[in-house]
Design a binder for this molecule. Structure first.
Ligand code: ADP
Ligand code: MG
Length: 348
């Protein structure tokens, strides 16, 4: 199979497990995102794939070849870091050409490859500049170009946009996806930013404490989270997550009746803010506590009994006043239930 297969990959630092039994398949030509909070093992995963670290256990197979014990230079992987690590005193040309010089590529061939790569990345007019004379986006492309000339089987990007301001980040994530699709390269993109993950991924995994929590497409992960961590890590504003008792198919803290039997007991309840609907006939009575106007919609915090819930509502400046009473409704089919103790999803 072409693409990347990772089997039961494990790594421990100072007896502390950092990655445990990770399994992952990345299809050739796919953009795989690895999402997780800081310290969950994302960079370690990329360093194991690129050969900068050795795993304690497990296998890494790239395009059908077991590369687990191969030297980094022989793996056909290319890594792009957060700070791009460009050589400031070198021109764009020399930065892109650097890996080819290391492998003593003949001059004629080197000039040809760098020229083609620069054209592909629309850097061909900038070859004489130094990194300081480039925009953030152009620097990013030089870093990609330096990887591309090695003709890697897979590109590994480690939080490449975290140093950029919000507007440039948004532009760059589209640019990277467009480039990845145009070139048909296989890519693993690491980020702690859930919006970046949702917007860029063909498929994504969510990591926590070195464990894979879920693997799926962005919409599978958003709509069908397998545990309360994944549910709460993804979504803007975050999902409403609280403990409640269900008895005879009715919730206690929010008066909602399920349409079928639910086992009596305590649950973690998850309701996405967009599924709570302002409705004068709704069964739930609450009071507005605060409102965040963000243009297209407003996020309203509403107190219902002891519960504070967030609702995504239409954006009407005048309508929502602090202290104002209102009624809400939730279709029980949009409620996610999780095990009270383990946080594991209970499909109803
Ligand atoms: P992430 O990239 O998701 O933020 P890392 O993979 O960098 O996380 O680190 C995962 C964990 O492993 C962290 O707790 C970190 O402190 C630890 N770690 C990373 N590299 C080393 C190392 N060389 N020696 C010891 N501990 C390390
Ligand atoms: Mg990292």
């Amino acid at each position: 199979m072409s693409g990347l297969v990772i089997e039961q990959l494990s790594k421990t630092y100072d007896r502390q497990p950092v990655l445990e039994d990770l399994n992952l398949e990345v299809e050739a030509g796919g953009l795989q995102v690895v999402l997780g909070p800081s310290g969950c093992g994302k960079s370690t995963l990329l360093r194991l794939i690129s050969g900068l670290e050795t795993p304690d256990r497990g296998k890494i197979i790239l395009d059908g070849r077991d590369i687990t014990d191969l030297e980094p230079q022989k793996r056909k992987t290319a890594m792009v870091f957060q700070n791009y690590a460009l050589y400031p005193h070198m021109t764009v040309f020399d930065n892109i050409a650097f890996p080819l010089k290391v492998t003593r590529t003949p001059k004629g061939e080197l000039v040809k490859i760098v020229g083609e790569t620069a054209k592909l990345l629309e850097l061909d007019k900038l070859l004489d500049r130094r990194p300081a004379q480039l925009s953030g986006g152009q620097r990013q492309r030089v870093a990609l170009g330096r990887g591309l000339v090695r003709q890697p089987s897979i590109f590994l990007l480690d939080e490449p946009l975290s140093n950029l301001d919000a507007a440039l980040r948004m532009k760059m994530r589209q640019e990277i996806v467009a480039l990845q699709k145009r070139l048909g390269i296989t890519m693993i993109y690491v980020t702690h930013d859930q919006i970046e993950a949702l917007t860029m991924a063909d498929r994504m995994i969510v990591l926590k404490d070195g464990h894979l929590r879920q693997n799926g497409t962005p919409s599978e992960i958003y709509n069908n989270p397998q545990d309360s961590f994944v549910a709460s890590f993804i979504g803007t504003p975050p999902i409403n997550l609280f403990e409640d008792e269900i008895k005879n198919g009715a919730m206690k803290k929010l008066p909602i009746q399920f349409g079928h039997d639910i086992k009596d007991g305590h649950y973690q309840i998850g309701i996405r803010p967009e599924y709570i609907i302002l409705d004068a006939q709704g069964s739930i009575a609450g009071k507005i506590v605060s409102r965040e106007y963000i243009g297209a919609v407003s996020y309203i915090k509403i107190r219902v009994n002891d519960l504070l819930i967030t609702v995504t509502a239409e954006s009407d400046n005048e309508k929502y006043k602090n202290g104002q009473p209102l009624r809400l409704t939730v279709d029980y089919r949009n409620i996610l239930l999780f095990d009270h103790n383990t946080g594991k999803r209970i499909v109803i």
